[in-house]
Design a protein around this ligand. Structure first.
Ligand code: PEP
Ligand code: MG
Length: 567
């Protein structure tokens, strides 16, 4: 078994095809007729652009417009005057077209690689891809053709380039395994859009696999199992079949409202970490964004993202949601989320330390950069601000003072924003749960962060296996906290949602319905299933179950009661 990056979820079982790069080696030589050599280069470039355009057209129909644009971008990049002028210049100096192309493109590739911005680093992969394409044309070689494949193929490749992914015969691909590439690589984005299970960055996997071998790709867990025994294979086949059947049945809930069996309207929303995730959220029918973890913008950067960079990211999401609510959480740094350039001191107890809103209030000028970016984005959609790790009323009051200061600054500059922007609280500490009634008076909405609430309530670190048995939201202590938060919010007339993992737990849904929770926010693939579960319960039925669950003394009893009632 091999482990890698779980880049695109699902289970694929199939026959391995190791895609080997064509041999693109050449003898560099001096040319006597630069004009003819430049023509040869132009001809190769034209054929490359035609083929790439055909790939983009194919992709627009099979995958989507955004992905097709990645390919169209290749054409623009290949024709970029900066690059072609330099190539022609080298040919004029006597270089052969192959050498001029390789040297020039490598220089551009290195330049992009040295830049801090993730977008530019992605460009480096695009340049390498273009180089392979044009070089293959010059040498009269075919690049890897994945356009016609036998059914149930597991593709193993060193690096899945955007152009390979573009032409892929995706109906016949069971899974993708690569030796390089991360979750944000173009290949990963495309694999997710095609819903092909993919595990990336598995060192040495191309040598470990052989053509014709059976292989399991578990894109959900990021695991590759070559040559599985019969028992393992059957276990995965069952899981895969169950997933497929479940997914098909859930399609009936696409485009529908989220309502309980007796017609109470709910919202099923998506959690995202970057603007790139919005497409998947909408593809899975999210009605809103219930949590945008803004810290990923900070974690992916080498220095604090500017107000402008943040504004662009928030605005992109706000616009994509076309007026539907977008809850953006302000920087939740610390604990398990390290941001190296902030140079925060090591602490003995980081989860109880200088983090999230505590850090932000102590660095108010820096925090105001984010608040201003959020306010500016609020002119482009229904952006709401959410504050993490609140433990006392003072914190939310201080945040609101800063928001007002930012509003005054923007007014002075004549910049537009939503004057009535909502400021809400992430309910994820026992302190907040205990004063939910007081906090409800100070905030526009609550969103329950069960990931932290469970850990803090049970005083059990989620990452510590030895106390893992305590990390469960079925414990009465956690359930009572959740109930108190929801009921306090409902009593105060504010919206209450949940964005921790528990929101996607079908066993818990009836209890949340009973207590009056409105928004269920989760990772996008769980959305339709949640909508289905919500549709299966009336308030009265949920009340009856909630009463029985709350009468239990242990987590085990709670779970047994919920499981027995599950639909
Ligand atoms: C939570 O704590 O439940 C939550 C949603 O936030 P995070 O997982 O980012 O801490
Ligand atoms: Mg949290």
């Amino acid at each position: 078994m091999y482990e890698g990056v779980n880049a695109s979820e699902g289970i694929g079982i199939g026959t391995v095809m190791v895609a080997v790069d064509p041999d693109l080696s050449f003898e560099a030589h001096q040319v006597d007729d630069p004009a003819a050599e430049k023509e040869r280069y132009q001809a190769a470039l034209s054929v490359f652009c035609e083929k790439t355009q055909a790939q983009a057209d194919h992709m627009k129909e099979t995958v989507g417009e955004a992905e097709a644009e990645i390919m169209s971008g290749h054409i623009l990049l290949a024709q970029d005057p900066g690059m072609t002028d330099q190539i022609n210049g080298m040919i004029d100096g006597g270089s052969c077209a192959e050498q001029a192309l390789v040297e020039t493109s490598t220089m551009f590739e290195n330049m992009f690689l040295s830049m801090d911005d993730e977008m530019f680093r992605l460009r480096a992969a695009d340049i390498a891809d273009i180089r392979t394409g044009i070089l293959a044309e010059l040498l009269g070689k075919e690049v890897i053709d994945l356009s016609v494949l036998p059914a149930d193929t597991v593709i193993a490749v060193h690096d899945l380039t955007p152009s390979m992914t573009a032409t892929i015969d995706h109906e016949h691909v069971a899974g993708i395994v690569t030796e390089t590439g991360g979750r944000t690589s173009h290949s990963a984005i495309i694999a997710r859009a095609l819903e092909i299970p993919a595990v990336l960055s598995v060192p040495g996997i191309c040598s470990a696999l052989a053509n014709g071998m059976t292989c399991i790709v578990d894109g959900t867990k990021g695991v590759v199992v070559p040559d599985p025994d019969e028992e393992t294979l059957n276990g995965y086949r069952e899981r895969a079949a169950a997933l497929v059947a479940e997914k098909e049945a859930l399609e009936a809930f696409r485009g529908k409202e989220s309502v309980t069996a007796d017609g109470i309207k709910k919202i099923v929303a998506a959690n995202i970490g970057s603007p790139d995730d919005v497409e998947a959220a909408l593809a899975h029918d999210a009605e809103a964004i219930g949590l945008f973890r803004s810290e990923f913008l900070f974690m992916d950067a080498k220095e604090l993202p500017s107000e402008e960079d943040q504004f662009k990211a928030y605005r992109t999401v706000a616009e994509a949601l076309k007026g539907a609510p977008v809850i953006i959480r302000t920087l939740d740094v610390g604990g398990d989320k390290a941001i190296p350039y902030l140079n925060m001191q090591e602490e003995e107890n980081p989860f109880m330390g200088y983090r999230a809103v505590r850090y932000c209030l102590d660095n108010a000028d820096q925090y105001k950069v984010q608040l201003r970016a959020l306010l500016r984005a609020s002119a482009f959609g229904d952006v709401k601000i959410m504050v993490p790790l609140v433990t006392c009323v003072e914190e939310i009051r201080q945040v609101k003072v800063l928001v007002e200061e930012c509003k005054a600054e923007l007014d002075a500059q004549g910049v537009a924003f939503n004057r009535d922007i909502e400021v809400g609280i992430m309910m994820e500490t026992p302190a907040a749960a205990n004063i939910a009634d007081l906090l409800a008076k100070e905030s526009a909405f609550f969103s329950i962060g069960t990931n932290d609430l469970t850990g803090y309530t049970m005083a059990a670190d989620r990452g510590n296996d030895r106390v893992g048995y305590l990390y469960s939201w079925y414990y009465p202590a956690v359930l009572r906290s959740i109930k108190n938060i929801i009921e306090s919010g409902v009593a105060a007339g504010i919206m209450v949602g949940m964005c921790g993992e528990a929101a996607a737990d079908p066993l818990l849904d009836p209890l949340l319905i009973s207590w009056g929770m409105e928004e269920f926010s989760m990772s996008a693939p769980s959305i339709l299933r949640a909508r289905k579960t919500i549709s299966q319960w009336t308030k009265a039925e949920a009340d009856e179950l909630a009463e029985r669950a709350l009468a239990c003394a242990t987590a085990e009893e709670v779970k047994a009661v919920l499981e027995a009632a599950a639909r």
